[in-house]
Design a binder for this molecule. Structure first.
Ligand SMILES: Cc1cc2nc3c(=O)[nH]c(=O)nc-3n(C[C@H](O)[C@H](O)[C@H](O)COP(=O)(O)O)c2cc1C
Length: 369
């Protein structure tokens, strides 16, 4: 790695960023990653240390793994952390303290899986399966269509979680509207066949998400950041799209901005892929341009096998990311698997010590380190 590139990497990634009450020392975010190391839904000491290690190693902002909001239908895993109940919230309080003591900042990712029951080890068998239309991602009918009472109860569960997050000292929240889970099931025409106000065109399909955001916004301080994560792709459906055109995306994002979103976390599997024809902008680039709000990009940063211009240990190949950030295409970049591989990923990259990086491989998912 040349001195010039090392300087450029530091210049671009180590710029402070402020949003609401939150100021980040750099542009790197830990991506939310489900780990299923919270038996009974309670995050313990190991979870706190896992996040604190990344905070101590200089990550600007941590977004936690998806954590279930307090509704009986929110999820099916007995090892995904809850974001409700005294024991789980005490666990989260210890996580926040550990991360803050290590000098970091952290937001919980608030999650409801809806019709999706792929995550679950072991599964909770009697968790009801509900969604916008009782249609699973593969198009088959199962579970049941949500009633207005279900919708109101899930919105209330998000509000309770947002209020708890603020009370526990978290630095904001991220609402999980991506990857084919409940909120995304409303956004996607394939799983949302409703004919009431929550279905139909993009305005109707965005309504559920916007109501959740607005209700959370009304219940927390005005400067408490609300991030909204969304994706075109769904688990097992990588060509799926919620917005076919920039205009549809603009409509969706506009409604969410009006509801109170402060930043969009735009989930793509490879951040160098253009989102719409005729432009090089990726999904985060479009989101920032169309919404006027800050955007987080993500996708295969630091992964030699998935990023064509990036081979393991060669930070020189971070060039494409730097080019895009230098053009202000997006504001922040989230890093997932590379940070599982090496908690000190950022420290090493910024110091040019890329030959010391431990690279991600699937076997690492078996433990919290
Ligand atoms: C083990 C694992 C668990 C994940 N769990 C979540 C999750 O709970 N919520 C979420 O929004 N994305 C989740 N993701 C997606 C990541 O946040 C991220 O978008 C994806 O891994 C791409 O980033 P990367 O290429 O830097 O790993 C998960 C990814 C992995 C590898």
């Amino acid at each position: 790695m040349t001195t010039k590139l090392l300087e450029r990497t530091n210049d671009i990634l180590v710029r402070p960023f402020s949003i609401g009450r939150l100021t980040l020392p750099n542009r790197v975010v830990m991506a939310p990653m489900t780990r299923e190391f919270s038996p009974g839904g309670v995050p313990g000491h190991g979870v706190a240390q896992y996040y604190a290690r990344r905070a101590a190693a200089g990550i600007g902002l941590i977004v936690t793994e998806g954590t279930y909001v307090g509704h009986e239908s929110a999820g099916s895993s007995a090892r995904v952390p809850h974001f409700y109940g005294d024991e789980a919230l005490a666990g989260w309080s210890a996580v926040v303290d550990a991360v803050h003591q290590a000098g970091g900042r952290i937001m919980p990712q608030l999650w409801h899986v809806g019709m999706d029951r792929m995550v679950g080890n072991p599964p909770v068998p009697d968790a009801p399966r509900i969604g916008p239309s009782g249609i699973a991602l593969d198009g088959t009918a199962s579970g049941r269509e949500m009633t207005q009472a279900d919708i109101d109860a899930v919105i209330a569960a998000y509000v309770t979680a947002a209020v708890s997050a603020e009370a526990l000292g978290f630095d904001g929240i991220e609402i999980h509207g991506a990857h084919g889970y409940l909120i995304d099931q409303f956004l996607w025409a394939h799983t949302n066949r409703r004919t009431d106000v929550y279905g139909g065109d993009v305005i109707g399909r965005t309504r559920f998400a916007a109501e959740i955001v607005a209700a959370c916004r009304d219940s927390v301080a005005g400067d408490f950041p609300i991030f909204f994560r969304f994706s075109q792709w769904k688990v097992g459906h990588y060509r799926a799209r919620i917005a076919q055109t920039p205009h549809e995306l603009e409509t969706m994002l506009g409604l969410l901005v009006d509801a109170g979103v402060d930043a969009f976390h735009c989930s793509t599997r490879r951040l160098q892929f253009p989102e719409f024809e005729g432009s090089d902008l990726n999904l985060a680039g479009w989101a920032r341009k169309l919404s006027g709000k800050p955007a987080v990009s993500v996708g295969s940063v630091g992964l030699g096998d998935e990023f064509p211009h990036m081979s393991p240990g060669k930070v020189t190949d971070i060039g494409e990311l730097l080019d895009r950030m230098e053009r202000d295409e997006f504001d922040l970049v989230a890093v997932g698997r590379a940070l599982l591989g090496d908690p000190e990923w950022l420290t090493k990259v910024l110091a040019g010590r890329t030959d010391e990086l431990t690279h991600f491989h699937g076997g690492l998912l078996g433990s919290l380190r």
